[in-house]
Design a protein around this ligand. Structure first.
Ligand code: GLN
Length: 269
């Protein structure tokens, strides 16, 4: 698989976490690379071996070479370059990887490109790779951007996801994708229907930047566990002491006036 391979952490007999970072130099808005650092460090703290491979323009993608594929955000110009390359070189391998149980995390511009298509403010539609049943349309250069802190409640998770969004595109889901979560604070997919992100199989798309995973260690662990369980079914992670992250999350939720924890639903319905 392409250039930039790096093996981190002491070699152990335990399971390895193999991450493929798509377009690390092209799609990296708002520190999206921080997501890779968090995945790496949290796996290393458990004594796991971590391999991170960067795959760029024109490079082939090996669907069996990683268990977690990450694609970050970018503005329309970067997205157009990436969309062309994704469809030319990566669509089939990514679809194969997902069918085989790999995890995909796609943020903002990357999220838009794993859907059916993205219609930018200007110019022709960008084709997506069809990992998630959704489409995104930008209402035009004069349209209001959806910017600010974003907090969502995710099914099956005790605590909400916290992040930051900044997008012009409005995303709508088809019947083949479920929303990742319900918006508690912010705009989410389109600022209208109250949903944020999308998921299907082990593919996750979201507008949560910030980057996402430093603020949401439980979600990072969920992705690590799902990725590793592709080759080690039933794999579970030992918990880590996340007191500082928990305190930071409390401060952020209090600042935004967002109720924390499972009871959040009661506050929005
Ligand atoms: N270009 C896209 C939009 O504005 C994505 C922006 C981003 O990744 N932050 O909708």
């Amino acid at each position: 698989m392409g250039s930039g391979g790096e093996v981190l952490g002491a070699l152990t007999d335990g399971p390895a976490l193999r991450i493929c970072h798509l377009y690390p130099d092209l799609l990296n808005l708002y520190g999206d690379r921080g997501n890779i650092m968090v995945l790496t460090q949290r796996a290393r703290w458990r004594g796991m071996t971590v391999a991170v491979t960067g795959v760029g323009l024109g490079e082939p993608l090996d669907p069996a070479g990683a268990d977690l594929f990450f694609i970050g955000g970018g503005e329309d110009r970067q997205q157009r370059i990436a969309a062309d390359d994704l469809c030319r070189h990566k669509r089939g391998p990514l679809q194969d990887a997902v069918a085989d149980g790999a995890v995909v995390l796609a943020v903002c511009g990357g999220y838009q490109l794993v859907g059916r298509y993205y219609r930018p403010a200007e110019g022709e539609d960008l084709p997506g790779v069809g990992l998630l049943d959704l489409w995104t349309e930008h209402p035009g250069p004069a349209a209001r951007r959806l910017i600010g802190n974003l907090v969502i409640e995710v099914e099956g998770m005790d605590a909400p996801l916290i992040g930051f969004e900044n997008h012009g595109g409005r995303t709508r889901l088809g019947p083949g994708a479920r929303p990742l979560g319900r918006v508690l604070t912010g705009f989410g997919n389109n600022g209208e229907d109250g949903w944020e992100g999308a998921t299907d199989r082990r593919v996750y798309g979201t507008y949560l930047h910030g980057p996402l995973l430093p603020k949401n260690p439980a979600f990072a662990d969920r992705l690590i566990a799902e990725a590793v369980s592709r080759r080690h079914p039933g794999f579970a992670l030992a918990p880590l002491p996340d007191a500082n992250a928990a305190r930071a999350r409390e401060v952020m939720l209090a600042r935004l006036g967002t109720p924390a924890g499972k009871s959040a639903r009661a506050g929005v319905e």
